[in-house]
Structures are given as structure tokens and as C-alpha cells.
Design a protein around this ligand. Structure first.
Ligand code: KIV
Ligand code: ZN
Length: 530
């Protein structure tokens, strides 16, 4: 039996902090539950000092998930570490992950500290974290560009102070595989007491080498790997969890380790993250991309049909990817839907099935064939608990190649209907402007993507929008056979979140006795009071 490799997922920390990937508390909890189903060993839930939202997410995940270790990130100072520990207080298995840069470039330009000062900070921070929590990870940030003998001193200081895990990050994605592998071998050979500590990889994809370097780190002796679903993360991203796991699984004939990941949950995890963030993966993305199992060339198809292993090293079922079956039509009942979801690996409760069925019938009314991909998008949508201040009752859209487009929108709020029209250069923009007129809160779309959920001309459109309201970012997603309608619904979802959040901050401000510009805002947003 090979050795166990611990999978440390940082989708909700290193991944979530990258542009376009932010999630709210409810979204982070949904993702965390899927990561738990996937079987990750350690789940880094956030950076509690960074914001109240991060603190709340770490606390909620720590309180709910009992199986995986829950890690929280902290810089090497008391405030950060104490805040991380406070967020982890209800965790069954807490881990404080503290870090400090160690490369000369970072010391000189970022920290403005000497090597001696940094060494002392490491000892103090790891010692303090260990006095609070039995499981402490230390990361010498930019280890990949740190002078090797100084790196060994830093690792020694951390181990002496009580670190249980030493993570050696290639923070800027600069290392080549042999270098990264040797760093682990050197640390393993030279740091006293290293035998009781787990070594960990953390790689970034700036040169497209994150997964290859992760595997190299494992060859060098790492027994924990840090990665994210779909490889999301700073700049070019982190090592993609699904790629690392499948490389180890497929090449178990040569890899020295195995993981505890339930590979059949990989596709669902990837799809859920796409749904929550609106960040698509490319079609040819390894393991979870739409084309990952498509065989197009005649010679490939011929070989594949004779025996799948001629051109397929992983079967789609192994990663939980559904075959592109026409599954259901408008006459299919609730029972057939529940069965299909069960076959796809979704064990839905009765209310979840009811909600999914409602969305399914709406879709099936307008689309002849409903595919597995449609069902997965629907179920992701049906789990959403978004504020529904305004609901869409009607959309009329007139688009022309010759001039401006017009949209008429009717929204309902608390039983009252509001109707407005607007014109703009395009039909989506016209619909957004009409919504703005009703809510009184104009938004600016900063990201807009349309994605066809299943194959064929009658494919469903999934629109993801990120929009700014009062300088805050909100996301919205919607699925429809009609692209303009999907866009309007996605924008309205973001607008509802925006209006809800503004309303909440106004309430807090009022409770704190602040009145200034918030009162004007209330008057403008809620002329009839709230
Ligand atoms: O890339 C990095 O160095 C990090 C550390 C905080 C581990 O994300
Ligand atoms: Zn990182």
C-alpha cells in the first residue's frame, strides 16, 4: 500500500481571493459541503482578519463540517492569529495556518526587515499559534525564491516552535520541476525534527507548471498538497485539485501515494464552483472540461468504439461526468426527475426536488430535450437562497441591427407591480436600464458571460453577471432558453442582492445612530419606507 497524500483545498481562500471568484457566506457554505463530499482532508475556509465576511464564513464552516480539518490563514502577528483562532473556535479539527515571506526580494521591498528579524517573528508566531491550537501550519512565503540555507533556518525555527505542517510555496509560479523537487529533498535532509512534520506543496500556475510542480514536490517528500477546484487562484491560479488527484489515480502504477478523494464528485465540485462564481473553465480543460472526453477525429472514434481504452485514460464516470443523454422531456414526472438526479449523484430532499421540478417544467415547456447538463445547472440554481425583493413578471424586448433596442420590464415587490421601459445600444442593456429605473439603484455591469449549458441549437443559455451597486460587487446567474431573459434575470438577482445589502447597511447605520447620507439613500431607494 502506498502512503496517504493529504489533500488541502484552498478554493475558499487562495481561490476565492482572486478577481471574479468572490462568494458570499451562503455560497461558501455550499462549496464547503461539496468539498466535504469530495473527501478533502483539509479545507482552508478563509483569512479571518481580512474581512467580517471571511471571519463569518470560517466560523460557519468550522461549526458545520465535522470530518475535515478546517484551516484559517493568518499573517505572523498576534492580531491575525488570534482572529483566526476565534473563527475556528467551534471546529472539530482546527488548524491555524500562519505565513511570513522569507525571500530577500520580499524582505527588502515588502517587509523591510532583516533576516534575523524575520526568523524571530517566525518563532514567535508559530509558538503563539501552537499555544492556542494543536495543529499549526507554517508557510515561508516565496520559498521557491528564498536562499536555500536561510529557508532551512526558517523551517528549523518553525519546527522548533511547534509547527506540525511545513508548506513550501512557489508563490509566484517561478520554479521548474527539478528545482521544486530538490527544495523538498533539501529541507527533509537538513531540518532537525522534520520527521514529525508533514511537508506540503503550494504551487501557482504562472508558467503553467503548478500541477507538474505539485507532483514533483510529492516526489521530493511532500505528503500534503494545496490546490483549488478548477485551479482558480491568484493570477494564473493554483494547482487544479482535479488534475493532481487524477494524475495520482491514473498513474498509481508509478506514483508513491494515494488520496482519499471520491473522484466521482469531481465534476459536481467543478460545476458548482462555476455556477457560484460564474468563472467558466475552457472546453479543453483537463478532467472537467466539456471536451475532456469527446472524441472527434474519425480515427479516434473508430478506435474508441472498438475499445474505449484506445483513446481514453479516464472514464467520464470516474470523475462523475454525465453522458450527454437526452434524459427527460416535458412529460417526464417528478419521480423520473428524482431518479435521474440520484443516478447523477444528487441525493435531493423533497423540497429540493419540488423546487428543481418547478424549474424543470418551466424549462421543458420551452425546450424539447432536457440534458444531464441542464439538470445539473437547474439543481445548482434551485439550491440558491437569494433575496427576492423584486421578481420578474414580464420582459418585452425589441432588438434591431439598425438602431437602439428597447425593453419593457415589469417587476413585482410586496404584491405591487412596477413597469418601466428603457432604450440602449443592446437588448440586454435596455433590460438592465429598465430594471434600474424600477429599483432606483443603477448598477454597472463589470463582467458578463453567456454559456450554453448543453449541446445543440436548442441549448439553454446560462448567463452570469457581476455588477456594481454603490461600489459593491454582486453576482447573479440565470438559466433560460431565451438569452435576453436569462440576462435580465441574472442582472435582477445581482440588483436584488445589492438593494438588500444597501438596505441592511442602512439599518445598521441607523442602529448606530448614523444618519448622514444613508437617510438620503433610504428616501431614494424606498420612498414608501421600509
Ligand atoms: O502563494 C502563497 O505563498 C500563499 C501562502 C499564503 C501560502 O498563498
Ligand atoms: Zn498561494
Amino acid at each position: 500500500m502506498t502512503e496517504k497524500l493529504f489533500i488541502f483545498d484552498t478554493t475558499l481562500r487562495d481561490g476565492e481571493q482572486s478577481p471574479g471568484c468572490s462568494m458570499n457566506l451562503d455560497e461558501k457554505l455550499r462549496m464547503a459541503r461539496q468539498l466535504d463530499r469530495l473527501g478533502v482532508d483539509i479545507l482552508e475556509a478563509g483569512f479571518p482578519i481580512a474581512s467580517q465576511g471571511d471571519f463569518d464564513a470560517v466560523s460557519a464552516i468550522a461549526a458545520e463540517l465535522r470530518r475535515p480539518t478546517i484551516a484559517a490563514l493568518a499573517r505572523a502577528n498576534q492580531l491575525d492569529i488570534d482572529r483566526a483562532w476565534a473563527a475556528l473556535k467551534d471546529a472539530a479539527r482546527p488548524r491555524i495556518h500562519t505565513f511570513l515571506a522569507t525571500s530577500d526580494i520580499h524582505l527588502k521591498f515588502k517587509l523591510r526587515k532583516t533576516r534575523e528579524e524575520v526568523l524571530k517573528m517566525i518563532s514567535w508566531a508559530v509558538g503563539h499559534a501552537s499555544s492556542l491550537c494543536p495543529d499549526v501550519e507554517f508557510s515561508p512565503e516565496d520559498a521557491g525564491r528564498t536562499d536555500r540555507s536561510y529557508l532551512i533556518e526558517c523551517c528549523h525555527a518553525a519546527v522548533e516552535a511547534g509547527a506540525t505542517v511545513l508548506n513550501l510555496p512557489d508563490t509566484v509560479g517561478y520554479c521548474l520541476e527539478p528545482e521544486y523537487e530538490k527544495m523538498f529533498a533539501d529541507v527533509k535532509a537538513s531540518v532537525p525534527g522534520i520527521g514529525n512534520v508533514i511537508l506540503s506543496t503550494h504551487t501557482h500556475n504562472d508558467l503553467g507548471l503548478a500541477v507538474a510542480n505539485t507532483l514533483a514536490g510529492v516526489r521530493g517528500g511532500a505528503r500534503q498538497v494545496e490546490c483549488t477546484i478548477n485551479g482558480i487562484g491568484e493570477r494564473a491560479g493554483n494547482a487544479a485539485l482535479e488534475e493532481v488527484v487524477m494524475a495520482i489515480f491514473v498513474r498509481r502504477d508509478v506514483e508513491p501515494v494515494h488520496t482519499g478523494i471520491h473522484t466521482e464528485e469531481l465534476y459536481a465540485a467543478s460545476q458548482l464552483l462555476i455556477h457560484l462564481t460564474g468563472m467558466q473553465v475552457q472546453r479543453n480543460k483537463a478532467v472537467v472540461g466539456r471536451n475532456a472526453f469527446a472524441h472527434e477525429a474519425g480515427i479516434h472514434q473508430d478506435g474508441y468504439l472498438k475499445n474505449a481504452t484506445t483513446y481514453e485514460i479516464i472514464s467520464p464516470e470516474t470523475v462523475g461526468m454525465p453522458a450527454n443523454h437526452i434524459v427527460l422531456g416535458k412529460h417526464s414526472g417528478r419521480h423520473a426527475l428524482a431518479n435521474r438526479y440520484r443516478e447523477l449523484g444528487y441525493d435531493l430532499t423533497k423540497p429540493e426536488i419540488d423546487r428543481a421540478y418547478e424549474l424543470f417544467t418551466q424549462l421543458a415547456d420551452r425546450k424539447k430535450n432536457v440534458y444531464d447538463e441542464d439538470l445539473i445547472s437547474l439543481v445548482n440554481e434551485s439550491f440558491e437562497h437569494n433575496p427576492e425583493l423584486y421578481t420578474l413578471k414580464l420582459l418585452e424586448s425589441v432588438a434591431s441591427s439598425e438602431g437602439r433596442s428597447t425593453a419593457t420590464i415589469e417587476l413585482e415587490r410586496d404584491g405591487q407591480s412596477f413597469r418601466e421601459s428603457a432604450t440602449a445600444e443592446g437588448p440586454c442593456d435596455a433590460a438592465f436600464r429598465a430594471i434600474d429605473r424600477i429599483t432606483g439603484t443603477p448598477g454597472t455591469v463589470v463582467d458578463f458571460s453567456v454559456h450554453s449549458v448543453s449541446a445543440g441549437a436548442d441549448s439553454t443559455a446560462e448567463v452570469s453577471i457581476r455588477a456594481q451597486f454603490q461600489e459593491m460587487d454582486f453576482t447573479g446567474k440565470s438559466l433560460s432558453y431565451n438569452v435576453i431573459e436569462a440576462a435580465a434575470r441574472a442582472y435582477l438577482q445581482a440588483a436584488n442582492k445589492g438593494v438588500y445589502e444597501i438596505r441592511r447597511s442602512v439599518r445598521h447605520a441607523a442602529a448606530d445612530g448614523r444618519s448622514i447620507h444613508e437617510n438620503e439613500l433610504v428616501d431614494r431607494l424606498f420612498p414608501g419606507g421600509y
